[in-house]
Design a protein around this ligand. Structure first.
Ligand SMILES: *Cc1c(COP(=O)(O)O)cnc(C)c1O
Length: 454
């Protein structure tokens, strides 16, 4: 008699059917994660850091299941990427169908419908009623670079203006556009020329300077230091992401957009982090009543598959000659299939409204913490993109050490929590839009306890 073959344990599947609760069965990180992390340290370049060294088995809804069987609350969405949730069923289905048909042609050799469909959706859904064109790329940084290329070609000018606290990526041009030296730039120069920096509106740290005045300050710098006629483009995030979730004062972006239009400067809005329902509108520009000439999107666009886009005025986008834009993988068919399913989900599954509800829950929780803890200098953000800035209560000096302690304690309790900010003193909340209120409240309670213990 032969004994029956041993049955392999089921492989956990991700998506919204994962049990939606925080549940720790080992210390964080657990032994299997520790083992994998030792392999990582021996095999992966040190510069590629890991915020929370747990290794993932499956994820979905508002949780991440690690290889030790711990379920963590996801307050990061892989940096605002999995807005529709990890392994979202519609995305899985679209990707599975596409991967079985063809995986790659290079769109600049032979075309396919998915690329065109993503372009049509973006042309239709991004702000402004003008005629638009789209080009697809792989990463946010690559799309920002292409937006700058296109603006320079269209205007015949070279100077590009970025702002304080900006983050636009890690390639050479986007490092130049990015404001913060450590860890993004230090030792990696020389940087691209003809990149200038101007002052931002940062209400918590500029005495609440009104938006139009903050814009006048920036414009005056640009006119005096560069000269409007030399400027190809302004590049700005509508809410600074890595720079600290800084929401500019009302009217700041609008005044910059108006000035750009009057001066023939291309107004490029980097919505890589703020895009796709994250802020309670499909695009954050809508909150400010701003219509970008070019809008750059990535992160939330394709449910986790690598894809990015530049969308904008037809006459600007079409100014580049045939063959001037592209790349081997840009607009990969699998990523495009994922994007079509993802963008439909934002539109049809109530996720814009859900982002607003998440704002209500997070804001209420964070403001009630602030009421009894003067170290929380500011609560800010929009939609499912909220943050607290931690300071010394007597001086409002940034407190990065406290920020690091709070996030480490939250990690140990099974909450994936990210920090940001030029001064490293901002804790940001970027949950998937599919997270439940129960998980939001449980995660907030963990942050409350972490603050109390710090
Ligand atoms: C993440 C980010 C980028 C860079 O995107 P990658 O895909 O990492 O290259 C650019 N701009 C903003 C605002 C971002 O948040």
């Amino acid at each position: 008699m032969t004994s029956p073959a041993p049955v392999a344990p089921p492989v956990p599947v991700g998506g919204p059917t994962l049990r939606q609760e925080r549940r720790l069965v080992t210390a964080i990180p657990g032994p299997r994660s520790v083992e994998l992390h030792a392999r990582k340290s021996a095999a992966v370049a040190r510069g590629v850091g890991i915020t929370l060294p747990v290794y993932v088995q499956a994820a979905g809804g508002g949780v991440v299941l690690d290889v030790d069987g711990n379920t963590l609350i996801d307050f990061g969405s892989g940096i605002a990427v999995t807005g529709v949730g990890n392994a979202a069923p519609d995305v899985v289905e679209a990707v599975t169908a596409q991967v079985a048909q063809f995986t790659h042609t290079c769109f600049t050799i032979t075309g396919y419908e998915g690329y065109v469909e993503v372009a049509e959706l973006l042309n239709d859904l991004t702000p402004g009623e003008h005629e638009k064109r789209t080009a697809l790329f792989n990463s946010g940084a690559e799309a920002v670079e292409n937006a700058v290329k296109i603006a320079r070609h269209y205007t015949g000018r070279q100077a590009v203006v970025a702002f304080d606290h900006a983050y636009h990526g890690r390639t050479n041009l986007t490092m130049a556009l990015t404001a913060k030296s450590m860890p993004y730039k230090s030792g990696f120069g020389p940087f691209a020329p003809e990149v200038y920096r101007s002052a931002l509106s940062y209400p918590f740290r500029d005495g609440g300077l009104p938006g139009p005045e903050a814009a006048r300050r920036a414009i005056s710098q640009i006119e005096k230091q560069i000269g409007a006629s030399n400027v190809a483009a302004l590049v700005i995030e509508p809410i600074q992401g890595e720079g600290g979730f800084i929401v500019p004062a009302p009217g700041f972006l609008e005044a910059l957009a108006d000035w750009s239009r009057a001066q023939g400067v291309v107004f490029i809005v980097d919505e890589v982090q703020t895009g796709f329902a994250r802020t309670g509108a499909l695009f954050a520009s809508e909150h400010e009543g701003v219509v970008p000439d070019l809008i750059v999107t990535a992160k939330g666009i394709a449910g986790g598959l690598p894809l990015s886009a530049v969308t904008g005025r037809a006459e600007i986008m079409d100014s580049a000659h045939v063959g001037g834009l592209g790349g081997t993988y840009g607009g990969n068919p699998i990523a495009c299939a994922a994007a079509v399913a993802t963008i439909r989900s934002y539109q049809n599954d109530g996720l814009i409204e859900r982002a607003r509800q998440i704002e209500t829950v997070l804001r209420r929780g964070l403001e009630s913490l602030q009421a009894s803890d003067a170290r929380i200098g500011d609560v800010r953000g929009r939609g499912a993109m909220m943050a607290i800035e931690l300071v010394d209560p007597s001086t409002a000096e940034p407190d990065p050490a406290l920020t690091a302690r709070v996030s480490a304690l939250a990690h140990a309790q099974g909450v994936i929590l990210l920090t940001c900010g030029t001064y490293g003193n901002v804790i940001r909340f970027l949950p998937p839009l599919t997270i439940s209120d129960d998980l939001l409240l449980d995660g907030l309670a963990v942050v409350r306890d972490a603050l109390a213990a710090s």
